[in-house]
Design a protein around this ligand. Sequence first.
Ligand SMILES: Nc1ncnc2c1ncn2[C@@H]1O[C@H](COP(=O)(O)OP(=O)(O)OP(=O)(O)O)[C@@H](O)[C@H]1O
Ligand code: SF4
Ligand SMILES: [Mg+2]
Length: 387
Amino acid sequence: MSEHVRTTTADAAAVPHAPLRAGEALLRVEGLVKHFPLTQGIVFKKTIGQVRAVDGVNFTLNAGETLGLVGESGCGKSTVSKLLMSLERPTAGSVFYKGTDITNLKGRELRRLRRNIQIIFQDPYSSLNPRMTVGDIVSEPWDIHPDVVAPKDRGRRTRELLERVGLNPDFVNRYPHQFSGGQRQRIGIARALALQPEIIICDEPVSALDVSVQAQVVNLLAELQQDFGLAYIFIAHDLSVVRHISNRVAVMYLGSIVEIGSEDDIYEKTAHPYTQALLSAVPVLDPAVRAHKKRIMLTGDVPSPANPPSGCRFRTRCWKAQDVCAEKAPELVDRGQGHPVACHFAEAVQVVEALDVVDEPLPATEPGLSAPGSRRIGSAPADRSEA
Ligand SMILES: Nc1ncnc2c1ncn2[C@@H]1O[C@H](COP(=O)(O)OP(=O)(O)OP(=O)(O)O)[C@@H](O)[C@H]1O
Ligand code: SF4
Ligand SMILES: [Mg+2]
């Protein structure tokens, strides 16, 4: 049970940019669980089990920070993001926004909360309505929240948002199919910014993009965070992608967080065998480092979340597993490594020395973009001349 005071009103959720109480996280997740029923039959559906998509997730997100959420496909990352957005209702657990329990908000209170927490989806092709112009897509949130921008200012504000995300504002009347994948993701970012949120959940925002464009979009998100004081939950299945934008990283396996800590904790003092395996798979550019690098090959498939292993869920693929691992689920606690790790035999090791995997110039130009500002990850300035 948390030491924080639980309130049942949605006051904090209703007031955008309301001040945070001292010591309170912007977002706090406690014991979040989502089980989907596993059904059989077409006409007479019978529940034959549960898919344990999310099974006891705890974390906090502080104002202005980025929490990376990393794990293999199917480990529950998107389900966590949907629970945070109240797009799914949890089986158990709570989500607090500025200390207020927002888990069961409905109707008007939920709409007001959504102003403060926005999401960018993985697939920039399916997340934009193909029949709407870019201008209509970006300004649509103001139909639901008309107090954010007065109708007379919407045209100007839409153009400003397009410009801010690096798109040519003259493209305001074009349709999504007239843009590249990276440009469409920028449209999604502009739409997310329209309501001036405090938190943006980025659900694999660059996974569907070319490597050259990924860096541009990550850099843009980093710039916007600085400018608007945004907090991000940045979801990815690759530890190298989240490193450059995250202050802290949480590693998920089969519905639970197995390790969480600062960038230094996760990349330099990696303590969970699963994180060590993920990190050992990250490509290293420096040939000298690459020569010394050991690759940890995981054997076996990820078990089904409908039938997870007893005890530690990673035990069927873990080279360190012992009898106790099948009997007792390890808690996510600090066992002397300096950060919480869910492993009975956690030991901090440096998997890869001087890991420098993305800070290399990328051959990056995407036609039809306006030039972004400062660039954190190497990428050439983009050219806005083409669509
Ligand atoms: N509506 C649903 N009904 C039943 N099962 C679901 C539902 N949504 C998700 N799942 C299951 O829950 C598990 C977690 O899915 P989720 O989409 O959260 O994973 P993910 O980590 O986001 O994966 P990816 O990296 O592929 O996006 C998967 O086994 C998935 O099949
Ligand atoms: S608890 Fe056991 S099986 Fe699980 S990660 Fe640690 S050593 Fe491996
Ligand atoms: Mg997903």
